[in-house]
Design a protein around this ligand. Structure first.
Ligand code: WQD
Length: 342
């Protein structure tokens, strides 16, 4: 089977992508330092795929360990690079932690791809590179704005590093995937989002509130210039997002790419406000969300959602699951997660 190295493959999107790679006959080689995940995720991946997925535990900021691992798997057809810290708020408080980890890991991955002739890279980028766009929906040619956080800046720098690298090493091709808001969980409830401590993101905060772990959801801002005053995002089911990664590696493997570094927006093209998400959650689960509208969170943008035409056309991919599917799968996962804890 064709190996694909998946860095950060024990994370939320990485684990779902490892499953979809295996479903398509690839052999995912997961690299993770478990700094933001747990070994139980590997059990989930193996149960879903009925395989024994290879897991290499080390830190990608260690160039020697990275080179050693890439030599061992030099027959891989590509790398999907998820490994990075991703908490926007934490990145503001600990910028060096984010720059060192996210940038050094990427540089080590690129160096070892080059020295081991691994030809294809998929980079986990983000809609945060756009900041607050002047025009919506966002296309891939929407101007990149000054990042709102060191985390967002590491994604902008990462795309530029890859650009410069593939321009001088044209035997390597890359696709940067700009995610909008990934939510939900695999329908097996064997893998899903595992927030560390108090969730930063909306969906896990909602599911923990409804489960009784949190007292109430604070809705950040009720007076944005939107249909109901709350901020708008493009939420996408994590399984739809994972499938887009398989389509992307297939595109490079078959050399269908039209440039040595391509960019695709991965969203649904639909913007939902926070209150829309709460309503969808209540409709899909029959459970009530206890919330209070409070002040805006600094660094948040008012509204961002994707124009997905380029991704739909060039990847032959379109998000299929709707907001009720997403919120229901997130709740089913929260219930399963806590039932196994008790
Ligand atoms: C969504 C909306 C909040 C929590 C995230 C990642 C970022 C990128 C995109 C990958 C906002 C509101 C949230 C809460 C709330 N992903 N909210 N109460 O900020 O859009 O960015 O997805 O790269 O890295 O951080 O996602 O889920 O934090 O917020 O009202 O307790 O929900 O204000 O409008 P965000 P989020």
């Amino acid at each position: 089977m064709k190996k694909v190295i998946v860095t950060g493959g024990m994370g939320f999107i990485g684990s779902h992508t490892a499953v979809e790679l295996a479903n398509k006959g690839y052999d995912p080689i997961i690299i993770d330092n478990l700094s933001n995940s747990s070994l139980s995720v590997l059990d989930g991946i193996n149960k879903i795929t009925n395989k024994n997925v290879t897991f290499e535990k080390f830190d990608l900021t260690d160039s020697i360990a990275t080179e050693h691992c890439f030599q061992k798997h030099k027959d891989a057809i590509g790398v999907i690079h998820f490994a990075a810290y991703k908490a926007v708020g934490e990145s503001v408080k600990l910028p060096n932690k984010y720059y060192k980890n996210n940038i050094l890991s990427l540089i080590n991955v690129l160096d070892s791809m080059y020295s081991n002739n691994i030809p294809n890279l998929i980079f986990s980028s983000s809609c945060t590179v756009y900041g607050q766009p002047d025009v919506l929906p966002v296309t891939e040619s929407t101007p990149i704005k000054k990042a709102n956080s060191p985390y967002g800046f590491t994604k902008q720098i990462g795309e530029q590093i890859i650009n410069d690298f593939v321009n001088v090493n044209n035997e390597i091709s890359a696709i940067s995937l700009r995610y909008f808001n990934p939510i939900g969980a695999h329908d097996s409830c064997l893998i899903g989002e595992l927030p560390n401590g108090i969730p930063n993101n909306l969906l896990p905060y909602i599911t923990q509130t409804v489960y009784g772990i949190r007292e109430k959801l604070h809705v950040f801002g009720g007076d944005y210039n939107t249909h109901d005053g709350t901020a708008i995002r493009d939420y996408i089911h994590v399984v739809d997002l994972a499938k887009a990664h398989v389509k992307s590696i297939e595109r490079l493997e078959k050399k269908k790419n039209e440039a040595n570094h391509e960019f695709f927006n991965l969203g649904t093209g639909i913007g939902y406000s926070v209150l829309d998400v709460i309503n969808a959650f209540e409709k899909s689960t029959g459970r009530k969300v206890n919330y209070e509208i409070v002040a805006k969170r600094s660094g948040d943008v008012e509204a961002v959602y994707a124009n997905t035409e380029i991704a739909n056309k060039h990847l032959g991919w379109k998000a299929k699951l709707n907001i009720e599917d997403m919120t229901k799968s997130a709740w089913d996962w929260e219930e399963k997660l806590n039932s196994t804890k008790s």
